[in-house]
Write a protein that binds this ligand. Sequence first.
Ligand code: LLP
Length: 436
Amino acid sequence: YGNSRINEKGNLEIGGCDTVELAAQWGTPLYVMDEKWIRQRMKQFVQAFQATGLAFQVAYASKAFSTLAMCRLVDEEGLHLDVVSEGELHTALAAGFPPERIYFHGNNKTPAELVKGLEAGIRLFVVDNFTELQLLELLAQERGMKVPVLLRTTPGIEAHTHDYIQTGQEDSKFGFDLGSDQVYKAVQTCMKSPALHLEGFHCHIGSQIFEVEGFRLAVGKMAELIRNCQERYGTHTKILNLGGGFGIRYQADDTPLEPADYVEAIAEEVKRTFSEEERPEIWLEPGRSLVGEAGTTLYTVGSIKEIPGVRKYVAVDGGMSDNLRPALYQAAYEAHLANKADQTPTETVSIAGKLCESGDMLIWDTVLPSVESGDILAVGCTGAYNYSMANNYNRMPRPAVIFVADGKAELVVRRETLDDLISQDVIPERLKRKKV
Ligand code: LLP
């Protein structure tokens, strides 16, 4: 995983840190994020774009993993930041992230969220629907502002890793439909309004995509929209945001493309489709591909249950509370024994979580060296949508997150305490335990 290797002790090492020592020092479950890997990935996207000669912006979709320290990395690497809630916006602003590089996504931004974005002076809003368009216009008017917007469209392309579906219309809760005249109505509303400044369009065709074809198709569909708007309403499109969705390697036999492969294919299609004068700035907003492979979750093995001839269950001290993805999407992961990284895998086991739910299985049928209670299990590729979807089911405290780099480990999210778990609870007076 990331910048990992097996050290002299036979232990898994990430970012120069012995993961067995990390587990001892910080406790388990523990999210370990390889800072250098994240920075390298961000640079790969930026450098690939620079090589194309196109005007571009790369944003990080903070829903994948949003913390104060992560926002600092994104700021230091000079990327934009995509937020989808007041919580993500608050995190960014609290981290000192420049508002002029933040933009706001979401299909149901509340009035309070829109106001917070307006007052913070964020770069723009990606408007999702007519309700929001009207509300944003009103709120901007009240403040005497002209607010920059992109319109999110659903281009009728749905990418499913190795496959894509193309339809005239898309049945989705997100965005203005391209198959009807919806988006054109929204464009007209923007063009007429003194409070709205339409800077361009957005689309996002899916997540964990393994090929470039869907992005090429999206460029074509969006180009048609851009030309129609230019011809019909004289709209100048400054920005074309093609979303995120770049696939990553969850398992050794996954074959994702490199960031440069996606960027080059998109750039080629953009150059082929638009003349130099009409070419908009191209924005991308990867989430998973900037952090996913940088993350490893460390667990301690506890109970082991063998049903002879059937299966061996190896239970760890976390599960669907820190990694919801297997239960939610049947997502597949790979595991290694961090303290036996140099040993040959010999037995087939299934990794169970400790939550009270039969579906709380992290990995079915994986091959590990002989497992014992007390071993440290490392599950790779847990940097995206793991901490960010962590929950307190069974009153499990959320794990700590550390950044590792150059042999140093630093805390970026402290582990929730038992008192944190009850800190929002209130006992009404009448239910309080009476003194006897
Ligand atoms: N932009 C938009 C508008 C999105 O909706 C998303 C993800 C992204 C960018 C970033 O996509 P990425 O590059 O991370 O694939 N919880 C799910 C993934 C949900 C993705 C939602 N939207 C999972 O764990 O797989």
